[in-house]
Design a protein around this ligand. Structure first.
Ligand SMILES: [Ca+2]
Length: 684
């Protein structure tokens, strides 16, 4: 299908794009080379030119000679940000991980004569070489061991076995991504084409793994704790002008403990996590330095547009049990993310990855392009921008047109706008608000105003012009404005994202304080607990007796074989899956719940969970949660929040659309505190 699609595309563009190239490039100098660099789970204040104490001289240099956005938005989550970056659309509008309603920037620029290459994390359906990239090295998965990789590595469409050494150095993905990027640039030079390179670092996403030399540089640091580090970052942000002088930082929330009140083991453990994170971020900067030096040595730096962004804010999900006295520098041991350090790393904002509060969606946005930028070197731009603007910007600068039709896909229009006016020091004309959503976290940014909902709870309203840290909720005092913005958000959900379900969201009452069972647990014990938050295991002796009434049923076109450890599913036709009925033995307590399982399947696409709290409802009528399926027979952890305050009556899990196989393990239903309510793999 790949090659047919490519051939059709070339036939399709033969008459149109050639014309557009000759006219739009006539009034333009040589189109710039393009290097887009995306970090993974990097917080707003994690690099020096956004307030960090971490050593990032190369990124600082790009910012000092280019421009920095103070309000550059992502989508708050990994895969959705990648979709928006590549397609200029909101994730759901673009067809989510399938990209079935979109063209990518690689396809657009390749057809404008660019050599296109990508390295790093893909995290979408298929492979980059299916979506316009001439060259690709990296992992298709969302995360992997930095030293050992995983089985999803590909080199130009072929499976690639991860070695222990690469180019006489210990294999480490952050370094390997730039090794291959430099190889690809050499190929582009031989072809005498402008190039588009997209480097998607997996760092500093968990598992936390650092190269020994980088770890050694930070060892012994961070003993002052998150409160001091965060304050220092905010002070620096204000000094350098990334934040206005009168910016009030958000206060430490109730779910984070004062550093001075930690028990000693927890202080040591937390210090070690931040040392490792700093080392990982430092390494990103070193590798960017290597890439920039290579462009400079080839006399290409001045006419290369470099854009540096992150896919979401720092991650609060603390998914590993504490390990003491370890150095995670060889791939055998890893540390997990820390909620309180994520709070400091998203300074001065509230909340985290996945949330549409500024801590989740605001990240660095640096542009370097000496031949093209007309702004003062080191300019700080306060105009909001978003990852959806990247494709329109690149197409504009390359003189390429974004097609309205594409073989085998039903294209939808891009929602982003070209940032060229910003680069020329002019006003950006954005006519539509910025729609914000991931899962049941919602938001809308319209001019100075923003509405936001934490996990589907009551809408909040903030004036970003004087309250960027979202401290003063004006929902009660400005009900008309709130209603108008909510209505606009719903309209965009329907008309732009094409999601009737989002357009009629079931809102939950506000929860105070806000909580998440995967946030770091604090302990007064002198010894660390043995399990990670959200991974609480109920001891066997206290497990509830077997409950036959909530047994699993294979749905149509599905064969189910159970072993002690697994659920083996074979799908023989359309619309297969499994269903679970709790009506005879209601689950207690009432929600919210969390459904977790590990999935391995060859099928790639969108998975669906349907559930209902209504005894009389027949599924799939009810609520629906979607999630991406990685496929490729890779093991994938699925963790889904079921946001309800009622009792669950029926549940349906669809992990395929048609024929295929899947293995589910560790299928469990948890309560909000992470306690296991049902564990289906404990029973024959
Ligand atoms: Ca991410």
């Amino acid at each position: 299908m790949k090659s047919i699609s490519n051939i059709l595309w070339h036939l399709f563009i033969a008459g149109t794009v050639t014309f557009s190239l000759s006219t739009s490039q006539a009034d333009q100098q040589t189109p710039p080379n393009v290097v887009v660099i995306m970090a993974d789970d990097l917080g707003y204040s994690d690099i020096g030119c956004y307030g960090s104490e971490i050593d990032t001289p190369n990124l600082n240099h790009l910012a000092a000679n280019g421009l920095r956005f103070s309000q550059f938005y992502n989508t708050a989550k990994c895969h959705s940000s990648r979709v928006s970056l590549l397609t200029g659309q909101y994730c759901i509008a673009a067809g989510d991980v399938s990209l079935s309603h979109a063209v990518t920037s690689a396809e657009v620029l390749r057809n404008a004569g660019y050599f296109t290459a990508m390295t790093g994390k893909w995290h979408l359906n298929g492979e980059p070489t299916d979506f316009g990239f001439d060259r690709y090295f990296g992992h298709l998965s969302g995360a992997c061991n930095f030293f050992k990789g995983d089985n999803s590595f590909r080199l130009n469409g072929e499976k690639w076995d991860v070695p222990t050494m690469l180019n006489d150095k210990t294999f480490y993905t952050t370094v390997a991504n730039v090794d291959f990027a430099l190889d690809f640039l050499n190929e582009a030079r031989k072809m005498d084409k402008p190039f588009y390179l997209y480097v998607a670092f997996n760092a500093p996403h968990a598992p936390l793994h650092a190269l020994p030399e980088d770890y050694a540089k930070y060892k012994g640091r961070y003993t002052e704790g998150w409160d001091e580090i965060r304050d220092a970052r905010i002070k620096k942000q204000i000094q350098m002008g990334v934040l206005p002088k009168n910016q009030k930082p958000s206060p430490r929330p109730p779910h984070i403990r004062d550093w001075n009140d930690l028990v000693p083991w927890q202080r040591d453990y937390e210090t070690n996590r931040m040392v490792t994170l700093a080392a990982m971020i430092d390494r990103i900067d070193q590798e960017i330095g290597r890439l920039v030096n290579n462009l400079r040595a080839n006399d290409e730096l001045d006419n290369t547009l470099i854009l540096f962004v992150s896919d979401n804010g720092a991650c609060p999900y603390d998914r590993r049990a504490p390990l003491l006295d370890v150095e995670p520098t060889n791939g055998d041991i890893a540390l997990g993310d820390s909620t309180p350090w994520a709070w400091a790393r998203n300074a001065p904002f509230r909340f985290y990855k996945q949330n549409q509060f500024e801590g989740g969606i605001s990240s660095p946005g640096i542009v370097h392009w000496p031949d093209g930028l007309k702004t003062k070197p080191g300019a700080i731009v306060d105009t909001p921008a978003h990852l959806i603007d990247v494709l329109p910007t690149l197409a504009d600068l390359a003189g390429a047109s974004i097609p309205g039709e594409y073989p085998l896909r039903e294209l939808r229009p891009v929602s982003g706008v070209s940032l060229r006016p910003v680069f020329e020091g002019k006003e950006l004309n954005r006519t539509e608000p910025i729609h914000l959503q991931f899962s049941s976290d919602y938001g809308l940014r319209d001019g100075d105003w923003k509405i936001v909902s934490f996990k589907g709870q009551e809408w909040e309203l903030y004036n970003m012009a004087n309250d960027r840290t979202e401290i003063n909720n004006l929902a009660a005092s400005e009900p008309k404005r709130l209603a108008a913005m909510v209505s606009k958000w719903k309209k965009m959900s329907l008309e732009v994202l094409h999601s009737p379900k989002l357009a009629n969201p079931k809102m939950l009452p506000a929860q105070t304080p806000k909580s998440n069972h995967q946030w770091t647990l604090f302990s007064n014990s002198n010894e660390p607990f043995l399990t990670a938050p959200g991974k609480t295991v109920t001891p066997k002796s206290t497990r509830k007796p077997r409950d036959r009434n909530s047994s699993i049923r294979a749905r149509k076109n599905t064969q189910l074989k159970r072993t002690a450890e697994t659920l083996q599913l074979t799908f023989i036709g359309e619309d297969p899956g499994i269903a679970i009925d709790f009506r005879a033995a209601p689950i207690s307590p009432a929600g919210p719940y969390r459904l977790v399982f590990d999935l391995r399947t060859t099928w790639t696409g969108q998975g669906d969970i349907f559930f209902t709290t209504n005894k009389k409802a027949v599924l799939p009528k009810g609520e629906n949660i979607t999630f991406p399926i990685v496929g490729g027979n890779q093991s994938q952890q699925v963790r889904l929040d079921i946001n309800t305050t009622e009792h669950l009556h029926q549940l349906r899990i669809d992990v395929a659309d048609g024929p295929g196989d899947a293995t589910l393990t560790n299928l469990r239903l948890l309560d909000a505190s992470g306690k296991v309510l049902k564990d289906w793999n404990q029973r024959k």
